[in-house]
Design a protein around this ligand. Sequence first.
Ligand SMILES: Cc1cc2nc3c(=O)[nH]c(=O)nc-3n(C[C@H](O)[C@H](O)[C@H](O)COP(=O)(O)OP(=O)(O)OC[C@H]3O[C@@H](n4cnc5c(N)ncnc54)[C@H](O)[C@@H]3O)c2cc1C
Ligand code: FES
Length: 248
Amino acid sequence: MANERTFLLTAVEPVATATWRLRLSGDTTGLCRAGQFVMVSVPGRYLRRPISVCDCEPGLLTLIVKVMGEGTAELVSLAPGTPLQLLCGLGNGFDIEATPRDKEAMIIGGGVGVAPLLLLCKQLREADRHVTAVLGFNTRADIFLERELEAAGADVIVATADGTAGCQGFVTDAIRMCSLKSDYFYACGPRPMLKAVCQQLRQAGEVSTEERMGCGAGICYGCTCQTTDGPKRTCKEGPVFKKEELVW
Ligand SMILES: Cc1cc2nc3c(=O)[nH]c(=O)nc-3n(C[C@H](O)[C@H](O)[C@H](O)COP(=O)(O)OP(=O)(O)OC[C@H]3O[C@@H](n4cnc5c(N)ncnc54)[C@H](O)[C@@H]3O)c2cc1C
Ligand code: FES
């Protein structure tokens, strides 16, 4: 259920090239489903910016923000102590139960799409699923959350497009080269990566898409994507869709 809350920005730390970790304190009740997102008000901007929940503990919310344009640049330049208005509890989130108990889950992220994988990993491990994380970046300096995912209990494989760290290539190359197997997969990242993952992996899975958004609350229909069941709003019926649902 979407609702507006005020959080206090407590820290802004660099984690990779143009990528920052924002720590916020406030009421996190009901916000802790992996794959959900918040719409963050940026002072002086009309539209809020959609950002995935990276981690969530009682009273503490962690977001990872990559600077893409003016809104995100402004967000990471805010001083600790700034109050932020967040529209919370948005989106459907990942389905932890879709991975059978004691089976293997593969979580796959590309670029800033790695952000929601930390909470997903924690929730899968708490539910006794084994987790392999496959993270794709352009280059070594872009890598983030590798150590945090290891600490959360995942086997982590990194791929970089230029080969400066881990396997050279895309996440799909790393999965093939390392012969990685799983019973179910979860992926988040740019659309071409999601399409390639869905085409390559034979097992069932689900993907979180990053459509451009206006309201984030199901009203403007600006985030509609095509599914086998007709057009759906990414912010309301998504952002997570089953592999077979999306029309590429
Ligand atoms: C469900 C979801 C989760 C996301 N999670 C994260 C995250 O955890 N970390 C992160 O850094 N980024 C995330 N993004 C992408 C992030 O929302 C955009 O990079 C950001 O809105 C760009 O804003 P800007 O003002 O810097 O760029 P501008 O290009 O100046 O933005 C102009 C407008 O377009 C919208 N817009 C631009 N790019 C995107 C995009 N890719 N997705 C949606 N709206 C966009 C902006 O919100 C703004 O309203 C997510 C997007 C979605 C849809
Ligand atoms: S962003 Fe307005 S309906 Fe989804």
